[in-house]
Write a protein that binds this ligand. Structure first.
Ligand code: ZN
Length: 263
C-alpha cells in the first residue's frame, strides 16, 4: 500500500498501550498495526502547515514567512510568560491569541527521563504528555490563562528542566519509578507566592503506557540526512518512531515535509 501527503504530528489515543495514527492527507494510518513490519519513507517535498507554500520548512512546519507572521508560531507558544491577551494587547493577532491564551492552563511535572516542568492548555491533557514521551505526569497548578501558568513555570524552571532531552526520554526503560508527588512537595518552596492560589494538590500521578522498549543504541536521523529510508518499525514513544537497529525519526520534527509512505 502506498500513501503520500504532508506530515503533521501523529494523533494519539490514550490506552494500554497508547495508539498512534499518522495522518497523511486524510488517510489515518494506525501505526501500532505496523510493528514488526517494514516501512518505507521517502521525502518528496514541503507544504507549510499554515499557508501550504512548497518552499522549504523553516521551523515547526511553517515556511519562513509564516513562522515570523502567524499567531500560531508566536513567541508566546514557546514562552507563555510573554502572553498579553489578558491585558487586551495583541502580539500578532489578538483574536487568535485570546482563543489560545484566555483558557484554563495546567502547569505540570512530567518525567521524560528526568523531571521537567511544563505548561499546556487544560484540554491538551494527556495529548501534550504523550507527545513529549512522558511516562509519568502530575498537574501542579490550574490557572485561568496562559500568562499565569507561564509565570509559575518561569520560577520553577530556575530549579528544574523545562525541556525534554530526547535521548534521555528514549533511553528511559520504565524501570525508574519516581514519586512525582514527593518531587512536587520538595519544590513547593519555589512556587511563586503571587500565584499560590492556583496550586493544586492532585494525588493522582498519571502513568502513560507507550508501545515501546528502549533499544541499546539510539540514532535519531532526519529526512534531510536520509531522504529515503526503509526500516522495521518496532515501537513509538512521544512522537518518535523506533526502528530495528536503533534508528529513530521524530515525526513532529518533520511537520510540513511531504512524504511517500510505502507499507
Ligand atoms: Zn507558510
Amino acid at each position: 500500500m502506498q500513501f503520500s501527503g504532508q506530515i503533521l504530528k501523529m494523533i494519539s489515543q490514550n490506552g494500554h498501550p497508547i495508539q498512534y495514527y499518522l495522518n497523511l492527507k486524510n488517510d489515518l494510518i494506525n501505526m501500532n498495526q505496523l510493528f514488526g513490519k517494514t516501512v518505507h519513507i521517502k521525502h518528496i517535498g514541503y507544504q507549510c502547515v499554515n499557508c501550504g507554500s512548497d518552499e522549504k520548512t523553516y521551523r515547526m512546519g511553517f515556511c519562513k514567512k509564516c513562522f515570523f507572521e502567524s499567531p500560531y508560531a508566536s513567541d508566546t507558544i514557546i514562552r507563555p510568560e510573554l502572553s498579553t491577551a489578558h491585558l487586551g494587547i495583541a502580539e500578532r493577532n489578538l483574536d487568535v491569541e485570546k482563543e489560545i491564551q484566555l483558557a484554563p492552563h495546567i502547569v505540570y511535572l512530567a518525567y521524560t527521563g528526568e523531571v521537567k516542568v511544563g505548561v499546556t492548555r487544560e484540554h491538551q491533557i494527556p495529548t501534550r504528555w504523550i507527545d513529549q514521551g512522558a511516562t509519568f505526569a502530575l498537574p501542579i497548578a490550574l490557572t485561568e490563562n496562559r500568562y499565569e501558568a507561564g509565570m509559575i513555570e518561569v520560577e520553577l524552571k530556575k530549579h528544574i528542566a523545562d525541556k525534554t532531552n530526547p535521548r534521555k526520554m528514549l533511553q528511559d526503560d520504565y524501570e525508574d519509578t519516581l514519586d512525582l508527588i514527593d518531587f512536587r512537595n520538595k519544590i513547593a518552596e519555589y512556587f511563586p507566592n503571587d500565584f499560590k492560589k492556583f496550586a493544586v494538590s492532585e494525588d493522582n500521578v498519571i502513568k502513560l503506557d507507550f508501545p515501546y522498549e528502549a533499544p541499546e543504541n539510539i540514532n535519531v536521523f532526519t529526512l534531510d540526512k536520509k531522504p529515503e529510508f526503509s526500516g522495521v518499525l518496532r515501537g513509538i514513544k512521544g512522537q518518535y518512531l523506533s526502528f530495528e537497529g536503533g534508528e529513530f525519526i521524530n515525526v513532529r520534527g518533520h511537520e510540513g515535509y511531504v512524504i511517500e509512505l510505502v507499507l
